[in-house]
Design a binder for this molecule. Structure first.
Ligand SMILES: Nc1ncnc2c1ncn2[C@@H]1O[C@H](COP(=O)(O)OP(=O)(O)OP(=O)(O)O)[C@@H](O)[C@H]1O
Ligand SMILES: [Mg+2]
Length: 360
C-alpha cells in the first residue's frame, strides 16, 4: 500500500548539511500497522512528512496504493490533499474555537470533495462513534480531557475514510495510564476499519505493543524491519539490542563458531557468520533470562553471585547481582526471598546469549 524506495532527504542547517534520511526502503502492506521506532533525530518524522507530501525528498520514490506520488527523477509530486491520507500529530491541533462536531467535520468542509449537510453529519457521527465520543458533538473542544481531545484528532483524521493513516507520536502528550489505554484503543480502531497505518514513536514499549511490524531506525537508516517478537528476540545489531528492551552486555572473545570466552568462562553461544575466532564481541542476555536462586550450601559447580540491589515491581522483582566482578540485571517473575547482600546461584542459559560484532 505504501512503497518507499531509496528515499533520501537532506536539510541545510547552520552547522552544514544534515542527512536526515540516507536511503530508506520500506513496504507497508494494505491494512498493516507499521511502526517507525528510533531515537530522537533519526529521521522518523521526516519519513512520515515525505509520505504525507509535506516534505520534498532529494532522492528515491514513494508510491501509495500503486500510484507514484514522489519521484524527483521522474518529476512527480502529488500534493498532500490528493494522497488520500489522514494525519494525527503529537500536538493534536484541534481548533479551540470550534466544537467537537466542527473539528471533526473540518476535512469534509474544506476538502476537494463536496459533501451534503446530511452526509457530513452522518460521517462525523460515525467517526465519533468509532473513537467512543458519540453524543459529544456539541461540546466545545477545549472542554475535553487530553485523551478525549486526542480522540477528536483521530476522528478528524479518519472522517474522510482515508486509505492511509499517518501518526507521529500521537500519545506522547498523555499521562502514562491514559497512554496505555489509548494504545490498545488505537490499534483496535485501526484494525477494525482496516486502514493502513504508519506510526512514529521513540517509545520501544509502544512500538512493540502496537505494530504488526516494527522498523528500527538510527541516523537516517533502517536497521531492522521485523515483527515485534522478532525484533525483541533476535535484534539484528547491537544498536537494536540496546534500544529495544532491557539487556545485559558483557565483553567476550570468539574462540570457535559456537564458543565465546567471557568473564563467566566459555559460553556455548552461536556466533554470527562473518565473525572469526579471536574477534572481540559483545555478549547480550535479557534480564528475564538471568536465573537467580538462593544459594544452596552444597555443590560448587554453579556460579555464585551476590545480590547488590532489589526492586519490587509488583508482578516481578528486579535484582542487580554481581557475578565474577560483573553486575547483571535479573528480572524474576513474582517476588523473591532473596535480599540485598545475600549470596545467590546465578544461571545464564547458553542458548539465551546473543553475540554481536563490536561495530554492529
Ligand atoms: N526543517 C529542518 N531543517 C533542518 N534540519 C532538519 C529539519 N527537519 C529535520 N531536521 C533534522 O533532520 C534529522 C531528522 O529529524 P526528524 O525530525 O525526522 O527526527 P525524528 O526521528 O522525528 O526525531 P524526534 O524523535 O526528536 O521527533 C534531525 O537531525 C533534524 O535536526
Ligand atoms: Mg519526530
Amino acid at each position: 500500500m505504501i512503497s518507499i524506495r531509496a528515499l533520501q532527504k537532506s536539510f541545510r542547517a547552520n552547522q552544514g548539511r544534515v542527512d536526515a534520511l540516507r536511503s530508506i526502503d520500506l513496504e507497508v502492506a494494505e491494512g498493516e500497522f507499521c511502526v517507525l521506532l528510533g531515537p530522537s533525530g533519526c529521521g522518523k518524522t521526516t519519513t512520515l512528512r515525505c509520505v504525507a507530501g509535506l516534505e520534498r525528498p532529494d532522492g528515491g520514490e514513494i508510491e501509495i496504493a500503486g500510484k507514484l506520488v514522489n519521484s524527483l527523477a521522474r518529476r512527480v509530486y502529488v500534493p498532500t490533499e490528493r494522497r488520500d491520507l489522514g494525519m494525527v500529530f503529537q500536538s493534536y491541533a484541534i481548533w479551540p474555537h470550534m466544537n467537537v462536531f466542527q473539528n471533526v467535520a473540518f476535512p469534509l468542509t474544506q476538502g476537494r470533495t463536496r459533501y451534503s449537510k446530511v452526509d457530513v453529519a452522518d460521517r462525523v457521527e460515525k467517526a465519533l462513534k468509532r473513537v467512543q465520543l458519540d453524543g459529544l458533538g456539541e461540546r466545545p473542544a477545549t472542554d475535553l480531557s487530553g485523551g478525549q481531545q486526542q480522540r477528536v484528532a483521530m476522528a478528524r483524521a479518519m472522517v474522510t475514510e482515508p486509505k492511509i493513516l499517518l501518526m507521529d507520536e500521537p500519545l506522547s502528550n498523555l499521562d502514562a495510564r491514559l497512554r496505555e489505554q489509548m494504545r490498545v484503543e488505537l490499534r483496535k480502531i485501526a484494525k477494525s476499519i482496516g486502514v493502513t497505518t504508519l506510526y512514529v514513536t521513540h517509545d520501544q514499549a509502544e512500538a512493540l505493543s502496537l505494530g504488526d511490524r516494527v522498523c528500527v531506525m538510527n541516523a537516517g537508516e533502517i536497521l531492522q524491519i521485523a515483527s515485534p517478537h522478532e525484533v525483541y528476540e533476535r535484534p539484528a545489531s547491537l544498536f537494536v539490542a540496546q534500544f529495544v528492551g532491557e539487556m545485559n552486555f558483557v565483553k567476550g572473545t570468539v574462540e570457535a563458531k559456537d564458543r565465546v570466552a567471557s568473564p563467566f568462562g566459555a559460553i556455548a553461544a552461536a556466533v554470527p557468520n562473518g565473525i572469526s575466532p579471536g574477534a572481540a564481541v559483545t555478549l547480550a542476555i535479557r534480564p528475564e533470562h538471568v536465573q537467580v536462586a538462593a544459594a544452596p550450601s552444597y555443590g560448587a559447580a554453579t556460579t555464585v553471585g551476590k545480590v547488590m540491589s532489589k526492586n519490587y515491581l509488583g508482578d516481578a522483582a528486579l535484582l542487580e547481582v554481581e557475578v565474577r566482578g560483573v553486575t547483571l540485571f535479573a528480572k524474576l517473575a513474582g517476588d523473591t526471598e532473596l535480599n540485598v547482600g545475600q549470596q545467590a546461584v546465578v544461571e545464564l542459559p547458553a542458548q539465551r546469549w546473543q553475540v554481536f560484532a563490536e561495530t554492529s
